[in-house]
Write a protein that binds this ligand. Structure first.
Ligand code: FMN
Length: 190
């Protein structure tokens, strides 16, 4: 990790073209502190369904190798999760499952992670975020505790171009990005 450029890989757990969660990552990119770059992962839809037989027989498919390499290269991850039926979307869990195997060489192991999420409902992905934290216990990833970024009623927080217009959410996101960088640097320093 260089002192001058800190790279965060942003993964949105939605395949929807106008996803609020992808738009939230776009806002993170623009709100990142100087020297910090937020790169967007755009290949979630290419990850096949997890199949242990396939993995053992043929190794990771190319999109999975690419995902793992991008995670490994990043100094930290920023996961923007939608909430589907009180949990995280299957596409996101599926990608995490691939990235988590085999556990001893998984790039998720000891990786600093921050979680954010936007929903059209009233609770702003709180249940999905809790579930995602639980998933990252088993992958031995280091999830930032606070500040949390929950975006309820997302339809009111973004304009028609997908720009995050809500000032309080923008401030909270900027604070979380700064905290994530500090968290990762502290972990790296030991
Ligand atoms: C299958 C499904 C289940 C959903 N379940 C929830 C839910 O449990 N809580 C919630 O707040 N919103 C729920 N929603 C609404 C999502 O918050 C909304 O579709 C949101 O836009 C998804 O994120 P995205 O814009 O990034 O795709 C659900 C949507 C779908 C498609």
């Amino acid at each position: 990790m260089s002192d001058t450029l800190f790279t965060i890989l942003g993964i949105a757990g939605s395949l929807r073209r106008e996803s609020y969660n992808r738009a939230l990552l776009g806002a993170a990119r623009r709100l990142a502190p100087p020297g910090v770059s937020v790169e967007l992962y755009e290949r979630l839809g290419e990850i096949p369904l997890y199949d242990e037989d396939l993995r053992v027989a043929q190794g990771d498919p190319e999109p999975v190798r690419d995902l793992k390499a991008r995670i490994a290269m990043a100094d930290a991850l920023l996961i923007a999760t939608p909430e589907y039926n009180y949990g995280i979307p299957g596409v996101l869990k599926n990608a995490i499952d691939w990235a988590s195997r085999p556990p001893d060489t998984s790039p998720l192991r000891h990786k600093p992670v921050a979680i954010i999420g936007a929903s059209t409902g009233l609770f702003g992905t709180v249940r999905a975020q809790l579930q995602l934290r639980q998933v990252f216990v088993f992958t031995e990833s280091y999830v930032l505790g606070k500040p949390e970024v929950l975006v309820p009623r997302a339809g009111d927080k973004f304009d028609s171009a997908g720009e995050l217009t809500d000032t309080a959410t923008r401030d909270q996101l900027a604070k979380q990005l700064a905290a994530l960088v500090e968290w990762a640097r502290r972990l790296r320093a030991g």
